[in-house]
Design a protein around this ligand. Sequence first.
Ligand SMILES: Nc1nc2c(c(=O)[nH]1)N[C@H]1C(S)=C(S)[C@@H](COP(=O)(O)O)O[C@H]1N2
Ligand SMILES: [Mo]
Length: 168
Amino acid sequence: MRLSSVLVGLLLLLPGVAISAAATLPTPQGPVVLTVTGNIGNTNSADGAQFDMSMLDALAQRTTVSETPWYEGKHSFSGPLISALLDAVDAEGTTLQVKALNDYSADLPLTDATDFPVIFATRLDDKEMSVRDKGPLFVIYPFDEYRELYDEVHFGRSVWQVSALAVH
Ligand SMILES: Nc1nc2c(c(=O)[nH]1)N[C@H]1C(S)=C(S)[C@@H](COP(=O)(O)O)O[C@H]1N2
Ligand SMILES: [Mo]
């Protein structure tokens, strides 16, 4: 009878564990657009935490309407807050290395994401961005809302064609 009560205990326990893990970070169903590695507590693959577009859309979103060095006039950029993404993967550390498809990479202090509503833009004027248009992911600082961010330091951290992150 000991064994059967252990088995009952396991049966009660296992679904709970599976459900909470799935709720934390599901498995991507569509093409993976972002892979996060490094000092993170939540993963969903041997390669770290992988995200498809709908997983990014499910995170807390923000829009900023701003001038930028890359486009004429003001445009609307929207997508998940970097802070929401860092929460989702349970990131710990001081630096976020942001890597692009073209091998460019920049180190962002994690405090940028906690001090300002910085966005991983997935939409420019409500449309997804193709790789040709600096997509699918573009780090966008809320330049018009915080004029002090409009400088070379933050332009250099505004990585476009983002494909991977490493938390250190
Ligand atoms: N993917 C990618 N993002 C990037 C860069 C790059 O070469 N590739 N250059 C960065 C730097 S150093 C700056 S100053 C700005 C430059 O943008 P610009 O080349 O359109 O002036 O984009 C940043 N984001
Ligand atoms: Mo730059």
